[in-house]
Design a protein around this ligand. Structure first.
Ligand code: 5GP
Length: 209
């Protein structure tokens, strides 16, 4: 069977708790690799370049686009965000399931280029909870919080394009559900084309014996 890793896209409104979810998933299971994006936004307090993001200038970002070094990119509330290609390809080849934590526009581009990618949308149980979480984390100004909530309203219209919805009410349940969805995706026929054609070939020749 094909041992190549699969591509998983996780999106969700800012404040849906994706960060915590990803951290917990990676802590529990070692077959996942989280892609580190490039962004033109400033680091938040405590964020580390090369770990949370590659923090780059607009010029550097532009250059990455021109040199086709990004799998996808998108603009989000005045800044650019993109997925560096080399890491994703390398880790998938090594058999790791690579997770991209990206917004909706980027997710749709990935789905077009990689139809077998698994797209998961994470949301809190209700909209009020979003504002509470965004205000509670205290890392953004009220203007930025409002811009992110407006963006959430826009992104809500893209939710149907995802394969699965995960309601992040209780972190433990949510992590386990995500793990199960990813593991099941390994069985998709699209990841086993070689196996399928070998099986077909063998079946054709059974009569010969
Ligand atoms: P934040 O500024 O809160 O870290 O991220 C803002 C939004 O950008 C989030 O929805 C996050 O998932 C998304 N994002 C992060 N990296 C990428 C990327 O490489 N590509 C795209 N399209 N979106 C990204």
């Amino acid at each position: 069977m094909n041992q190549q890793g699969i591509l998983v896209v996780v999106s969700g409104f800012s404040g849906a708790g994706k960060g915590t979810l990803m951290k917990e998933l990676l802590r529990r299971y070692d077959n996942y690799a989280l892609s580190v994006s490039a962004t033109t936004r400033q680091p938040r307090e405590g964020e580390i370049g090369g770990k949370d993001y590659f923090f780059v200038t607009r010029e550097q970002f532009q250059q990455m686009i021109e040199e086709k070094r990004l799998v996808e990119y998108a603009q989000y509330v005045n800044h650019y965000y993109g997925t560096p290609r080399a890491y994703v390809e390398q880790r998938m080849k090594e058999g790791k399931d690579v997770i991209l934590e990206i917004e909706v526009q980027g997710a749709l581009k990935v789905k077009k280029r990689f139809p077998d990618a698994l797209l998961i949308f994470v949301t809190p149980p209700d909209a009020q909870e979003l504002r509470r979480r965004l205000v509670g984390r205290g890392t953004e100004t009220i203007e930025v919080i409002n811009a992110r909530l407006r963006r959430a309203a826009e992104e809500a219209s893209g939710m149907e394009a995802y394969d699965y919805l995960l309601i992040n009410d209780e972190i433990d349940t949510c992590v386990e559900q995500m793990h199960q969805l990813i593991q099941l995706q390994h069985n998709k026929t699209g990841y086993h084309l070689e196996f399928l054609s070998r099986m077909r070939e063998e079946l054709c020749h059974l009569d010969d014996r």
